[in-house]
Design a binder for this molecule. Structure first.
Ligand code: FE2
Length: 277
């Protein structure tokens, strides 16, 4: 059974085009304009290069097909239409096929600053630029294949790996300033500032077993971010025996949460907020 949501993905017509309204295009334009400014000097160079390569429209919601065309050219990836919430199994199957699942609805004006569900601005602006990067694209592909083969219990651990990298990852190359690469941060005006300035959140050097053991919540600013050195590190990690590391993490148990308990904990949800099935 699908989790309740007030949003429904917009369906493409027979030619694959979604007819967005003027109001939806205006929300995209506003989000794009302010986020482009917000991430300046904070997003990693690879993300900014990806934005350039994609050449996303600034004044209207992009069609998935036009984004796919550019991604295919760079790394062979595509963006695939999905309803707002999808099961884990479908999520992993799409990634394993180099298709990034994207819900196509646009957030309402009331939720301009924050919404729990991933809308098209989060999916496209937040996630697709880095899929133009070979290391990141190959890492995401390997992640999909791992998840597809994993048990339900192990998928919960894999979801944490995704959460602390693809969604909320930070990066610091030797001798360079801290940068953001996580799409969950880069598509959020509030979390871009919060994560970058770092006065309230902890930052820890990324360690895969540590990350697998770290609980998270989807409805608060993150109390902890993991920092990688570069995107190659993610790719190299994906070549390791990840399921062996999941087993190790399961044996060691979870770290104590750095947040108060909540009925709305995201712990059983995947980073894409799809229901766990
Ligand atoms: Fe996401």
């Amino acid at each position: 059974m699908a989790k309740q949501t007030k949003y429904v993905s917009r369906l493409p017509d027979a030619s694959g085009v979604i007819a967005y309204t003027d109001a939806e295009n205006a929300i995209w334009a506003e989000l794009f304009a302010r986020q482009k400014l917000a991430i300046r000097g904070k997003a990693c160079a690879e993300f900014m290069q990806g934005l350039d390569l994609l050449g996303l429209p600034e004044d209207r919601v992009p069609q998935l097909g036009e984004v796919s065309q550019k991604l295919k050219r760079e790394t062979g990836w595509e963006v695939a239409y999905v309803p707002a919430l999808i099961p884990f199994s479908e999520f992993f199957a799409l990634l394993a096929d180099r298709k990034f699942p994207a819900a196509t609805f646009v957030r309402t004006r009331e939720e301009l600053d924050y919404l729990q569900e991933p809308d098209i601005f989060h999916e496209i602006f937040g996630h697709t630029p880095l899929l133009t990067n070979r290391y990141f694209a190959d890492f995401t592909h390997a992640y999909g294949k791992l998840g597809l083969a994993a048990s339900r219990e192990d998928r919960v651990f894999l979801a944490r790996m995704y959460w602390f990298t693809v969604e909320f990852g930070l990066m610091q190359k030797p001798g360079e300033p801290l940068r953001i690469y996580g799409g969950g941060i880069l598509s959020s005006i509030g979390e871009t500032e919060y994560a970058y300035n770092g006065s309230q959140a902890q930052r820890r050097r990324f360690d895969i077993v540590d990350a697998l053991r770290t609980p998270y919540r989807i409805d608060i600013m993150q109390p902890l971010y993991y920092v990688i050195e570069d995107l190659r590190e993610l790719f190299e990690m994906s070549q390791r025996d990840i399921m062996g590391l999941v087993k190790q993490a399961r044996g060691l148990g979870l770290h104590p949460p750095l947040f108060p308990p909540s009925a709305k904990t995201g712990e059983i949800k995947s980073p894409q907020k799809q229901e766990a099935v």
